[in-house]
Design a protein around this ligand. Structure first.
Ligand SMILES: [Mg+2]
Length: 206
């Protein structure tokens, strides 16, 4: 009996890290990270991928990361456009990326305007917690990539391994202002640089 348990434990020791690896995730802001930042973008024809995005996402996905979009879309709460507009843009992005073999596990949208009650609006980490609960994501082995301080804060609030600032979108402007918390973040040129950093700093899960 004791031998059995010993065997079971040694098998568990082998299997456990494999599961941990399966449940790593990268949480991505949308505007300014995946597509060009355009104020209150809501039309499919205005959605332009930043260079190298599909390839960068594919590399992360191939390395075993689940991919999630976490996006504030206050234009909905402000009455500038509808949630259906947001979904149309997202469907378009998913369709285009599917051609490159990339898929998102889930897309989280916070449609509220600032000041409106919201569970998920960044810097709230609620959607990261939701992903943890629904998909078994190990947040401590996961990453958040964004172009605003609220993106980075969302990651920190959720307990991710690292929040990464890209210089695309509002990122370069934020870097110039260099607010104190930025010291905790990694700074890279774009999503491709973020993928490089993540894959280079990947440690085998313990
Ligand atoms: Mg953004």
């Amino acid at each position: 009996m004791r031998k059995r348990r010993k065997e079971f434990n040694s098998i568990l020791a082998i299997i456990k890290p494999l599961f941990a690896e399966m449940n790593r995730a990268v949480f991505l802001d949308r505007d300014g990270v995946l597509i060009e930042e355009r104020n209150y973008l809501h039309r499919v024809e205005d959605a332009a991928f930043l260079p190298g995005v599909a390839a960068a996402l594919k590399r992360l996905s191939d390395a075993g990361f689940k991919l999630f979009i976490v996006s504030n879309q206050s234009g909905v709460g402000r009455g500038y456009f509808t949630l259906a507009d947001v979904e149309r843009v997202n469907e378009h992005l998913c369709r285009e990326l599917a051609r490159a073999g990339v898929r998102f596990e889930k897309i989280y949208i916070a449609p509220e305007a600032p000041g409106q009650p919201s569970l998920g609006r960044k810097p709230s980490p609620q959607f990261l917690f939701d992903a943890r609960d629904e998909f078994g994501v190990d947040l401590a082995q996961s990453f958040m990539i964004g172009d605003k301080l609220i993106d980075l804060e969302c990651g920190w609030n959720g307990g991710v391994k690292k929040s990464i600032l890209v210089r695309t979108g509002y990122g370069a402007k934020l870097e110039r202002k260099s607010p104190e918390p930025l010291k905790l973040a990694v700074m890279v040129d774009d999503l491709n640089g973020a993928a490089d950093w993540i894959l280079k700093n990947l440690q085998p899960p313990t």
